[in-house]
Every structure is written in structure tokens, then in C-alpha cells.
Design a protein. Structure first.
Length: 316
């Protein structure tokens, strides 16, 4: 078993740097009272530090355990590491300057920084696309965890791509240009009331929500499969990996449906905390459908497992 740091050295180096960045941002929150768009200046780089930390460690582990195309994936992982560092340096630098990093073209310098970030984000996406393809050749000890990792990587790639929905200028920005071209809030200007820590808008649609939910499928779906594996050692109903595999498929379907729902909810300009109409109904349908499907999978698995096995040569 390789040491943790040797999984993929460039990505694990990024992870170590993000630990340092997290500490710097926490200190910044304590000593720097400035705000950008109504939010503490150092909150955004803190969230990116934690997200990049998780992302780097996850991909470092996956690349290290690939049975095929490891060299190509390792190269792509190195490219990803460089792109992540470039993006985080720009975000932290903007926070230190007391300004916003994303969508800012108010000055020549700001436009150059945003242009570099846009290139790094695109490079990051291409690198992740390559590593996602490689993950489909990964086989873990159980089918349930293997499918969870593959599904998580694919949904994460979609979630990353959803970030591009934020990069176009809004109608209000085109009508009265103030040096910002792009927004994460739909229907309102960025910077309004938001959820604690996360900052997601509580009064309008917010495209950061599907972006966040999609990207972290890479961690959540495999963790779900791992939790099922642990549960299977203590609960007979999910001891069979075939049952756990079906539960992972249900969880993947539910996760993908939630991602679609929150994407269209954000695009419709509706707050995540005030769903109504079609989106409220859709949420209930997904939740109830997911629970019923999971119950059916466990019930069928338990019933099948209780049947006596036929001996060879026995007749019905």
C-alpha cells in the first residue's frame, strides 16, 4: 500500500497547501472585518480551500489505484494540480486586495486575472474529463463501491461543467455595465441574503448550488457505498453486495434527479429555501420515490436471501 502522500504527489502537495490556505483564511476571518458583496472577505477563499482539499485528495487516491492508463491519468492529475493552484492564488489574492475574483473585468488587471482563472478552469475541466474516463477502468473490491466511484466521477464532471452557466453577463449587467460580467445569482444581483457559511442566496436562484452538489458526488456516492459495506457487516438485509449495488443505483438516480431539479430551480430564479410549485412537487417525488425504491430493494433482497438453496440435481 502506497503512503498517502505518494498517491499522486502533485495533487497531495495541493492538498497540503490547501491546509495552509485554510488556516490563513480562518485567521483572515478573525482579524479582517472587510466584506465583499456583503460577505466576509475571507469566506470565499476558505470554502474554495476546503473544496479543493477534498477534490485533490479524492483524485490522488483514485489515480494511484488505476489499473490502466495510470500514466495518462497521472499527467492529467498534474495538470489539474497546477490549474487548482492558479485558481486558488487568484482567489486568495483578490480577497487580500478586498475585491472579487470571479467575473471581475472592472480594470485591466482584474480582467487579466479573471482571464487567467477562466483558462485554468477550462484546463481543470479537460484534465478531469480525462481522469474520469480512466476511472471507468477502475475495479474496487466490491461492485457497489466500483459503480459508486464511477457514477460519482461522472456526476462530478457534470457539476463542474455547470459552472459555465455563471460566466455569461446578465441582462442587467449588459444594460448597465459596472465592470462585472457573470453572476451566480439568478434574478437578482449577487450579494444579497444567503445561507450561513455557504452563502447561497435565500431570495433568488443560485447556480452555485447545482455546481456544489454535482462536484461533491465524487465524495458522497462512494462514501454511501462504503457506509453500506460497513452496515452489511452488521445487518443481514444488506450483507449481499448485489443488494448494496442496487441501493447504490437508487442513490445515483436520486442524486442525479436532485441535481437536475436544483439546476432548473436556480435557473428559474427560485431560492433553495423557498421551493414551490413544480420544484416543491419534484422534490417530494424524488424523496418519496427514492425511499420506496430503497425499501423495495431491501425487501426483495431479504426475501431472496431467505429462500433455501437448491442442491445440485434437485428438481422443483
Amino acid at each position: 500500500m502506497k503512503s498517502v502522500f505518494a498517491w499522486h504527489r502533485p495533487l497531495m502537495t495541493v492538498a497540503a497547501l490547501m491546509v495552509v490556505s485554510t488556516i490563513v483564511c480562518l485567521i483572515g476571518l478573525l482579524v479582517d472585518q472587510r466584506q465583499v458583496l456583503g460577505v466576509d472577505t475571507w469566506l470565499k477563499p476558505l470554502k474554495f480551500s476546503l473544496s479543493i482539499l477534498l477534490y485533490s485528495v479524492t483524485w490522488a487516491w483514485l489515480i494511484a489505484h488505476l489499473p490502466r492508463f495510470r500514466r495518462v491519468a497521472h499527467t492529467a492529475g498534474t495538470v489539474i494540480a497546477v490549474a487548482l493552484i492558479v485558481e486558488q492564488v487568484a482567489i486568495v489574492g483578490a480577497a487580500a486586495a478586498g475585491t472579487t475574483s470571479h467575473f471581475n473585468v472592472s480594470t485591466g488587471l482584474a480582467a487579466a486575472v479573471w482571464g487567467i482563472m477562466a483558462v485554468s478552469i477550462t484546463v481543470l475541466y479537460v484534465g478531469t474529463f480525462v481522469t474520469t474516463i480512466a476511472v471507468f477502468f477502475l475495479r474496487l473490491p466490491t461492485a457497489s463501491t466500483t459503480i459508486a466511484v464511477r457514477a460519482g466521477a461522472l456526476i462530478a464532471l457534470v457539476g463542474m461543467g455547470l459552472a459555465y452557466l455563471m460566466t455569461g453577463p446578465t441582462a442587467a449587467q449588459l444594460h448597465d455595465f459596472q465592470g462585472i460580467a457573470g453572476a451566480h445569482t439568478v434574478g437578482l444581483a449577487d450579494g444579497g441574503p444567503g445561507l450561513p457559511l455557504l452563502g447561497w442566496s435565500t431570495v433568488g436562484g443560485d447556480l452555485r448550488i447545482p455546481h456544489f452538489i454535482g462536484m461533491h458526488a465524487l465524495q458522497l456516492l462512494p462514501l454511501f457505498a462504503i457506509a453500506l459495506g460497513w452496515l452489511g457487516r452488521h445487518w443481514h438485509a444488506v450483507a449481499d453486495d448485489r443488494v448494496r449495488l442496487r441501493l447504490v443505483v437508487v442513490a445515483t438516480a436520486v442524486y442525479a434527479a436532485v441535481l437536475v431539479l436544483v439546476t432548473f430551480q436556480a435557473l428559474a430564479g427560485q431560492s433553495i429555501v423557498r421551493p414551490d410549485g413544480l420544484f416543491l412537487a419534484g422534490g417530494w417525488i424524488i424523496a418519496v420515490g427514492g425511499v420506496l425504491a430503497a425499501i423495495a430493494v431491501v425487501a426483495v433482497g431479504t426475501h431472496s436471501g431467505s429462500r433455501p438453496k437448491m442442491h445440485a440435481g434437485a428438481t422443483a
